[in-house]
Design a protein around this ligand. Structure first.
Ligand code: AMP
Ligand code: MG
Length: 492
């Protein structure tokens, strides 16, 4: 089999967006080796895993060798980072290898992260360490397992060389798959450089790739903006429903596709506190759990700004009004999306007036009792089966919780459906296993010493997060007290 058969690339970004990227090659690494290969995803992509889960595959997935048909390139983008604008970012340690059309006909990017310096490295080494690579592998695959739009992890490889952060660490590369790597920051780069022709080509390309139904219709750029607002509103609603804290919601980490991207110092809320922040660099809590919806809206406003000249080239006041209205739709899209997610978590198939109060009252009891976010919702499934013990053990001394339970039960009585069937439906949306911060740390610490067994186990547990499995109790509990408050680092 020739390498071109290994990857049937069809590279539209390289072909259609010349001038918006730099063609580039990965670093030559001394000893690429696969740590983890995702056979299920390979199959979905129409790739033959058996021919890639080997030393040859490791050379491809680290960028050391370019497979036939690839057109590796580094994408240019800009971005607001913690509110401040950086006019020049870009793939500083990444490459877009090419695009594949998967078995469902969806176009997917094959992208490497940690594949060596590029013209956008800004003094960085262009490399990645094993810990962050495996964290992204784990969390991306978990998000997929809980049906949250996300980039996926195809392969994690070690490179055979060390990267230097605070200490020498094993170098690694993540081969990831995304429905595209178009970011709000990509638009910001071209809007900021005032090259309307390139911006328009980028917008047309994005519409064609993600919202083809808008091509050739009325007001495509305004509808494009509204479509991205909708996708991002729905995405952040899902993050909130699972207790996910992204940590670096900069505009360069905000996709046009509505997929979660760039898992850096992310974490999951354990003891519920809406102000939860984990990233060491997020000192003011800009991207705290509760601030994620407004941060998304803020990013969408930055996106809207880039499109003004396309929305109405002749009347800027009108363009601003239309774009503002589109961004203001965020709340109307986010609130019902969030409430729908939360009502499903409470076993309520439909949303009725007053349900927002029911949800918010529970969250406020959980916050005052520091109840475990994941286990509270899972425990409520048991409570609906008539067994309150587990959820009470989390919200132990709370008379307020007792009052809430009465109201929740009443609400259920007014809703048709067998309680057991409802409880089962709850178990299908409330995971029992999530990437517990202490378990992720444990796996990454071991992997840094090249012991991949805990990482393997965690990947396996998280692949089926809803089904309780005997013997996996250690993956379902909150962190032991001695784990202390959790801090994540950007450490790339
Ligand atoms: P991120 O933290 O992935 O959102 O990246 C923010 C920016 O920093 C992007 O432009 C990256 O390409 C760049 N960057 C992050 N780490 C490195 C590195 N080790 N070497 C070069 N550039 C990097
Ligand atoms: Mg990024």
């Amino acid at each position: 089999m020739t390498p071109s058969q290994l990857f049937p690339f069809d590279n539209t970004y390289a072909a259609e967006l010349e001038g918006l990227y730099t063609a580039w090659q990965g670093a030559k690494f001394p000893e690429p080796a696969i740590v983890k290969f995702n056979h299920e995803l390979a199959e979905e992509l129409g790739l033959d895993g058996a021919t890639l889960d080997n030393a040859q595959g490791a050379r491809f997935f680290t960028g050391s060798e370019s497979p036939e048909g690839a057109s590796p390139l580094a994408q240019i983008y800009a971005g607001h980072q913690f509110g401040g604008f950086s006019a020049q970012l870009g793939d500083g340690r990444a490459l877009l290898v090419g695009e594949l059309v998967d078995t469902k006909g969806m176009r997917r990017d094959l992208h490497l992260k940690g594949s060596g310096p590029t013209p956008f490295s800004r003094g960085g080494d262009g490399k990645a360490a094993i810990g962050p690579v495996l964290r992204e592998y784990l969390i991306g695959e978990f998000m997929h397992a809980v049906r949250i739009p996300t980039t996926r992890s195809l392969a994690a490889c070690t490179t055979g060389e060390s990267v230097y952060r605070e200490s020498a660490l094993p170098g690694a590369v993540l081969a990831r798959v995304a429905s595209s790597h178009l970011r709000v920051g990509t638009f910001q780069y071209f809007a900021n450089h005032g090259v309307k022709e390139k911006l328009q080509r980028l917008a047309d390309y994005s519409i064609n790739r993600h919202f083809p139904e808008l091509t050739g219709g009325d007001a495509p750029y305004l509808k494009f903006l509204r479509s991205v607002v909708k996708r991002q509103a729905e995405l952040v609603a899902k993050w909130m429903s699972i207790g996910f804290v992204h940590g670096v919601m900069n505009t360069d980490n905000t996709t046009i596709s509505g997929e979660t991207i760039d898992y850096g110092p992310c974490a999951f809320v354990d003891a519920y506190d809406p102000q939860s922040v984990y990233s060491s660099i997020d000192r003011r809590g800009r991207y705290a759990y509760v601030n994620q919806p407004p941060a998304t809206k803020w990013n969408l406003a930055r996106f809207a700004e880039t499109l003004l000249d396309l929305i109405d080239p002749d009347d800027s006041d009108r363009a601003i009004q239309l774009a503002t209205d589109a961004v203001e739709e965020f709340a109307e899209l986010y609130e019902p999306a969030w409430l729908g997610e939360m009502c499903a978590k409470l076993g309520l198939p439909g949303v009725r007036p007053g349900d927002d109060k029911l949800v918010n009252d529970l969250l406020s009891v959980m916050a005052s009792e520091s109840a475990d976010f994941t286990n509270t919702f899972r425990g409520l499934g048991q409570a609906l089966r008539g067994d309150d013990a587990s959820v009470r053990s989390l919200l132990l001394s709370s008379a307020k919780f007792d009052d809430w339970l009465v109201l929740w039960r009443k609400r259920h009585e007014s809703e048709a459906g067998d309680p057991l069937a409802k409880a089962e439906a709850m178990d299908r949306v409330n995971p029992i296993y999530i990437p517990r911060n202490h378990k992720v740390e444990e796996a990454l610490v071991a992997a840094t010493a090249l012991d991949f067994a805990p990482f393997e186990k965690l990947v396996q547990v998280l692949a089926d997060p809803y089904t309780e499995v005997a013997g996996q109790e250690a993956f379902a509990g909150s962190a032991p007290v001695e784990f202390g408050p959790y801090t994540t680092y950007c450490g790339t």
